[in-house]
Design a protein. Structure first.
Length: 334
C-alpha cells in the first residue's frame, strides 16, 4: 500500500513538471498547441471567461474556455446535430460564433449536407450550404434549434459565415453568398425578426468580392472565382461603421476592411486600400479583453511549422481613429 501511495505521488509530481506552471489548474492547453480555423472569441463577463468557437465537423459544435487567452480547457460540445437535422447528424460546422442578445446566447454556424443544388457557369456543382442560428441559456450550451429545422440564409443559395449586427435596435444577419454559385461572391445582409427567427424580408447585397483593393480585372472575369469569407462588423471610436472580411490574393489568405460611407449597414461600402494582414491569415473578429484591450482574433498559418496548419492568433488592435489598425508594439498571443 505504501508503494502504491509513493508511486501515485511520483506520477503526480512528474505530471506537474509537464504542465506549464503558470497555466491555470483547469486550463492546461497552450494556445500554440491548438489547431483551429475561424476562431471566434466570446468574452463572457458573467463568469470572466473567454469562450473560443471555430470550425469542426462530425456532427458537433465544439468550444474551448480560457481565463487568460494563453491557456485553454479541453474542447467540449455545445451543440450536437440531431438525426433529423437538414444537414444530417454528421454535418460539418463552420465558422461557429456566439452572440448575447436580449439575455440569451445565440450560436451562428454554417452547415452543408454534401448534396449539390445546381451548377455554376463553369459547369461545377455547388452545394446546399447555409447558416442557421441556435439558442441557449449559457455560452457553454447546450444550444437548441428554435426554427423548426430551418436555416436563416436564402433557400437555393450556398451561403456561409453568418454574423449578427444590430442597427438602431434591429437585428440583421450578415453573410457570404458563395462564389461556388455566382463566381463573384458577395456579402449580403437580411433583416431578422426580433426573436432572431427565420427572415421574412429579402436580403440585399453590400459589396462584391471583386471590389477587393488588389483585384485588377475590370470588369471581373465571369468564369473566375472571387471569394468572400468571414464577415464581421464593428464601429470605430469615431463612430465609423466597418467590416472585416477575407479572401485570397495570389494564393494567400488575407484580411481586409471595408467602411460604410453612410455609416449604415446598407452602405455604400468602400474598401480600405491597405490590407490588415496578408501573410496567410484571416477570418477575423474583434473582442475586448477583461482589462480593456481591443483584440483581433483570426487564424493564421505559420510557415515555420513542420506541418503548417491553421492556428488561432490574437493581436492587439486600435480603433481610436477612423480606421482599424493593428498595434505595431501591441500585445500578441499565439
Amino acid at each position: 500500500m505504501r508503494f502504491i501511495f509513493l508511486s501515485l505521488n511520483l506520477l503526480l509530481f512528474i505530471t506537474s513538471l509537464l504542465i506549464p506552471q503558470d497555466a491555470p489548474e483547469d486550463y492546461k492547453i497552450a494556445v500554440s498547441e491548438i489547431y483551429l480555423s475561424d476562431p471566434f472569441i466570446f468574452a463572457d463577463e458573467t463568469d470572466s471567461t473567454y469562450y473560443m468557437y471555430g470550425s469542426g465537423g462530425n456532427g458537433t459544435v465544439m468550444c474551448y474556455a480560457s481565463k487568460d487567452l494563453k491557456y485553454w480547457s479541453d474542447r467540449f460540445i455545445v451543440y450536437r446535430f440531431r438525426e433529423s437535422h437538414w444537414a444530417g447528424p454528421k454535418a460539418p460546422s463552420w465558422a461557429a460564433e456566439v452572440h448575447k442578445y436580449k439575455g440569451r446566447y445565440y450560436l451562428f454556424t454554417t452547415s452543408d449536407d454534401g448534396k449539390p443544388m445546381g451548377k455554376n457557369i463553369r459547369g461545377e456543382d455547388y452545394p446546399r450550404r447555409a447558416t442557421q442560428i441556435y439558442v441557449a441559456d449559457s455560452p457553454r450550451g447546450p444550444f437548441r434549434d428554435f426554427t423548426d429545422n430551418k436555416p436563416h440564409t436564402p433557400e437555393g443559395w450556398p451561403c456561409l459565415d453568418g454574423t449578427l449586427w444590430i442597427e438602431h435596435g434591429k437585428p440583421y444577419l450578415v453573410f457570404c453568398h458563395e462564389w461556388t454559385q455566382i463566381m463573384d461572391g458577395t456579402i449580403d445582409a437580411v433583416k431578422l425578426p426580433k426573436n432572431l427567427g427565420v427572415p421574412v424580408k429579402k436580403s440585399f447585397v453590400l459589396f462584391k468580392a471583386s471590389e477587393a483593393p488588389y483585384v485588377k480585372e475590370s470588369p471581373p472575369d465571369p468564369k473566375k472565382e472571387y471569394v468572400t469569407d468571414g464577415c464581421f462588423l464593428f464601429r470605430t471610436k469615431t463612430g465609423r461603421l466597418g467590416m472585416l472580411w477575407s479572401s485570397w490574393k495570389e494564393g494567400k489568405y488575407v484580411l481586409m476592411a471595408a467602411y460604410s460611407e453612410s455609416g449604415r449597414l446598407r452602405g455604400p461600402w468602400k474598401q480600405d486600400r491597405e490590407l490588415l494582414f496578408e501573410e496567410n491569415g484571416g477570418h477575423g473578429m474583434l473582442f475586448t479583453t477583461f482589462d480593456g484591450k481591443l483584440m483581433l482574433s483570426m487564424h493564421y498559418v505559420d510557415p515555420g511549422d513542420a506541418r503548417p496548419r491553421r492556428k488561432p492568433i490574437f493581436i492587439e488592435a486600435d480603433d481610436s481613429g477612423d480606421r482599424l489598425v493593428l498595434k505595431k508594439e501591441g500585445l500578441i498571443i499565439k
